[in-house]
Design a protein around this ligand. Structure first.
Ligand code: PLP
Length: 378
């Protein structure tokens, strides 16, 4: 099987499996007796590793159950914190039209409950191009660091600078970035940042929220005081250890790996451009090195996925969360891609298990797959 869906999820790294198994006997890290202290020391190690690797203080590391949970806490929690503090921007959210559902849906829920939402527009390249909405205070501004469909890397530094002038806290969904390139939370200057372990070879169902001391998001779920009270609930120590191990390994090889997958990505892009007429590349630099998003005229994404699957090639149309429903991608819509073209899209995302053999197999079959999809499409 040739797997081209690394942005959806990656196989777990051996180092992560081993770390998980080693910590799997850990009991309650909140308990004062010996087994609790042991669990706590494993958790502290994981927290310190994450802090050292991502340029933050250990206290700023909050373990969550997923990237989705981290995003929800940041968006809803910063919004609520601004309301309680009666901050000048309370009641207003600035975001983009290309966010993953993990941010898009909580923002939509806030809007339904009365929040005023303004958007930073993106251009045809998939990058944020207009920043004016940041010149008025808001409870938070939220912009993903790299888009999960196109791989487009967003101008986060510029967003932080502009938001700082009005005292607006910034959240970034860095789920597609963390583990793939160096991240320094302190230097970046965002208030909160979300990441997800399974995107860099850790376990699924484990995420991270980095949260500055202040302004801190209010909790979304109420419970005990774990994780600064921001994410209450008995902590999953084994998954935290596995996340830390995966992050360490992933970052150690990230420069070499980025160059390796970029070569494959360029090979696929050039082949498609040269050999498949009616194809439109939607990934524009700056972009993640392992991402390539392409639309093929007169096809539909579901047929393309099925035809490739029959050949043992796995790719997706966009985000994992939308798979199985071929509707216009909100990301491509925001970029101004025509609906009929957008519906015939594939996203190839490369990662640690990708080989030259996988790429050769894909390129050997892709032209005939597109041709067959066009026959069915009519
Ligand atoms: N944000 C982005 C950009 C993603 O790509 C994903 C996963 O596809 C998520 C958030 C959600 O992460 P998780 O699967 O850990 O909930």
């Amino acid at each position: 099987m040739a797997y081209f869906d690394h942005a959806a999820t990656q196989p777990m790294r051996r180092s992560a499996v081993e770390a998980w198994v080693a910590a799997s006997g850990a009991l309650n890290s909140g308990a004062q007796y010996a087994s609790g202290r042991h669990a706590r020391s494993l958790l502290d190690d994981a927290r310190e590793t994450v802090a050292e690797l991502l340029g933050c203080e250990p206290i700023e590391v909050i373990f969550t159950s997923s990237g989705t949970e981290a995003d929800n806490i940041a968006v809803q929690g910063l919004y609520a914190a601004a309301a309680v503090a009666e901050a000048p921007g309370a009641g207003r959210v600035v975001t983009t039209r290309i966010e993953h559902s993990a941010v898009k849906e909580p923002v939509a829920a806030l809007h339904a409950a009365g929040a005023h939402v303004d958007f930073l527009d993106v251009g045809r390249s998939g990058h944020v191009e207009r920043f004016d909405a940041l010149d008025t205070p808001a409870a938070l501004a939220t912009c993903m660091w790299a888009n999960n469909e196109t791989g487009a890397i967003q101008p986060i530094t510029k967003i932080v600078e502009r938001a700082r002038a009005t005292g607006t806290p910034v959240h970034t969904d860095a789920v597609q970035v963390v583990g793939k390139q160096p991240v320094n939370f302190a230097e970046l200057g965002v208030t909160t940042l979300a990441a997800s372990a399974h995107k860099f070879g850790g376990p699924r169902g484990t995420g991270l929220l980095l949260a500055q001391r202040t302004p801190a998001p209010l909790p979304v779920m109420r419970g005990g005081g774990q994780e600064r009270g921001i994410r209450p609930g008995t902590v999953d120590v084994a998954s935290a250890s596995a996340l830390a191990a995966a992050l360490r390994e992933s970052l150690a090889e990230s420069a070499e790996e980025a160059a390796r997958v970029a070569r494959f990505r360029d090979q696929i892009r050039e082949y498609i451009t040269d050999h498949i007429p009616g194809s439109v590349i939607n990934t524009t630099e700056p972009a993640l090195p392992g991402h390539l998003h392409v639309s093929f005229e007169r096809t539909d994404g579901d047929s393309l996925i099925l035809l490739l699957d029959q050949l043992g090639i796995e790719a997706a149309t966009g985000s994992a969360c939308n798979a199985g429903v071929n509707r216009m991608s909100h990301v491509l819509e925001a970029m101004g891609v025509e609906e009929s073209l957008a519906l015939g899209s594939l996203r190839f995302t490369l990662g640690p298990t990708t080989t030259q053999g996988d790429v050769d197999k894909l390129l050997a079959h892709l032209p005939e797959v597109i041709e067959r999809a066009r026959l069915v499409h009519g």
